[in-house]
Design a protein around this ligand. Structure first.
Ligand SMILES: [Zn+2]
Ligand SMILES: [Zn+2]
Length: 161
């Protein structure tokens, strides 16, 4: 997701890791798994920022605007629900994306029959799934059989009447 946005929106955002690790070794270990910037372990700004932003639980992802004001305190929810398309994750952009997704869903049938599956497939919204036909990841809309945990991209359905 970070790498995807780095390509889509180069130079327009940055992620900064504020560690609350208790020692430098833990900090280094956390950091080595992350592609983004971090406030150095020795910098006391770490504690100050955690206090200023009133971080209660971790991991927390705050989305800040250009002016440093908080746009979203639950960045994780917005990002996992909408992905890179909802950048920069402001309320208005998120509702725009949500509206577009709803319209996309309105064009799809509620139920379909695909010759490759014996049960009827039902249209549903999904945060993330893997399509059983092309084996690629999908999100937002899915045709699925709950009983078999069988999922298809709307574009992978071969409708039979
Ligand atoms: Zn597919
Ligand atoms: Zn089934």
């Amino acid at each position: 997701m970070y790498n995807e946005l780095k390509i889509l929106r180069p130079g327009s955002f940055e992620v900064i890791f504020i560690s609350i690790d208790r020692n430098k070794e833990e900090f280094q270990a956390s950091l080595s798994a992350m592609p983004w910037l971090a406030i150095p372990y020795s910098d006391t700004a770490r504690q100050e920022l955690t206090r200023i932003f009133a971080i209660k639980g971790i991991p927390a992802l705050l989305i800040l605007g250009m002016d440093g004001k908080i746009l979203k305190t639950d960045g994780r929810t917005a990002i996992s629900a909408y992905g890179a398309t909802a950048f920069p994750f402001t309320e208005s952009r998120v509702s725009e994306v949500d509206e577009a997704l709803r319209k996309e869903g309105d064009k799809l049938p509620r139920r379909v029959n695909d010759p490759r599956h014996s049960h009827e497939l039902e249209l549903d919204r999904a945060k993330a799934y893997v399509c059983d036909e092309c084996l690629q990841k999908g999100r937002h809309w899915v045709f699925s059989c709950k009983q078999c945990n069988f999922d298809l991209h709307p574009s992978c359905v071969e409708e039979s009447k």
